[in-house]
Design a protein around this ligand. Structure first.
Ligand code: FMN
Length: 177
């Protein structure tokens, strides 16, 4: 499979990256190709809501979103990797998701597999409720097939994350695809 990781953490060596790298290692061992697209360093503007695209067509904005569009429409699986920011995905990743607007139907028709990798400082059992509700709703709406989620509770720093079971969970998710 061709897998695209949409990286939504601005910390290159942060906890989200630890999970993404572990997932990538597992998936590559299984023979999949994995490309990581960093939503934080690309130039992706906010959707202006103009709907010139008509929910499927050229976006009036000329930025790096075209690169993401091409990658997603030619892959088999999209992985959403994000730190938990105020109980949702990071704004960096949400910006990319909102720009799906211009290729909504095409993306729907791809029936991609998907996964969610996330980390949070908190460890309460409700920590990921809002994020997982959003992710599951996206999966349903965009006709993805969820392959799994790794939700790192108590992963507030890279050292906390490295010592947790979550990197191995992410590795296994990739390895078992
Ligand atoms: C702007 C911001 C908002 C955050 N919001 C939450 C939150 O709502 N709940 C939580 O448990 N942790 C929250 N955190 C902590 C991060 O999710 C956590 O430290 C994570 O490990 C950061 O991942 P990174 O190393 O990839 O940046 C927040 C951190 C920041 C910077």
């Amino acid at each position: 499979m061709k897998i695209v990781i949409l990286m939504g953490s601005p910390n290159v060596n942060g906890s989200t990256s630890i999970l993404a790298d572990s997932f990538k290692r597992g998936a590559k061992e299984k023979g999949h190709s994995v490309e990581t697209i960093n939503a934080c360093t690309l130039n992706v503007n906010l959707c202006t809501g103009c709907i010139a695209c008509g929910y499927e067509g050229d976006c009036v904005q000329n930025d790096d979103n075209e690169r993401i569009r091409r990658a997603l429409l030619s892959c088999d699986m999209a992985v959403f990797a994000t730190p938990l920011y105020y109980y949702g995905m990071s704004a960096q990743l949400k910006t990319v998701v909102d720009r799906f607007c211009a290729y909504n139907s095409s993306l729907n028709r791809r029936h991609l597999k998907s996964a969610l990798l996330s980390v949070a400082w908190n460890a309460d059992d409700w920590t990921f409720d809002a994020l997982t509700a959003h992710y599951k709703t996206l999966v349903r709406y965009i006709n993805f097939e969820d392959m799994g989620m790794v939700l790192g509770l108590g992963c507030g720093t890279p050292s906390m994350t490295s010592r947790s079971r979550y990197p191995n969970d992410a590795y296994k998710l990739g390895r078992n695809l």
